[in-house]
Design a protein around this ligand. Structure first.
Ligand SMILES: [Zn+2]
Length: 146
């Protein structure tokens, strides 16, 4: 199945987001994004103070925000770059995975995006939401049969 053709399924959930294949076209504004990642191989994820988890091959969505210098453009350029220093949970997925692009919402909030995608499974509780008191995780799986 060509999941690229099914992006509309996600867009119907998250509303007025704009998809970007590359950070080059992303505005340097503050806001939130949904990163689309493909894993071609299973991936073991070990987080501090949590039992190990495994991500199966497939597509994943990660909701984040950027409010610092360079805004969304700088943040997404980092996510899409290889060989970065592992700093955030999501770096453990984007390094071995392929970042296919991101939906961007200028002025948006990552927890609102996560809530909009709540029908999708959350494969690892606590992943990417250490600073968040609302969401169980900011990483969602996108099953091919969704
Ligand atoms: Zn959150």
């Amino acid at each position: 199945m060509d999941q690229i053709a099914e992006y509309g399924v996600i867009e119907a959930l998250i509303g007025n987001a704009v998809f970007h294949l590359s950070a080059a076209t992303v505005p340097a504004a503050a806001g939130a994004y949904v990163l689309l990642i493909r894993l071609d191989h299973g991936l073991d994820i070990d987080l501090p103070r949590r039992a190990g988890a495994r991500l199966a091959p497939g597509h994943y969505l990660y909701c984040g925000s950027a409010r610092g210098p360079g805004g969304l453009k700088a943040r997404l350029a980092r996510h899409m770059r290889k060989h970065k220093t592992i700093r955030w949970h999501i770096d453990r997925v984007t390094e071995p995975g392929a970042v296919l692009g991101a939906w961007v919402v200028e002025g948006g909030n990552e927890c609102e995006l996560t809530a909009a995608l709540a029908r999708l499974p959350m494969p690892i509780p606590g992943f990417g939401s250490s600073d968040c008191r609302v969401c169980a995780s900011h990483l969602l799986a996108w099953p091919t049969d969704f």
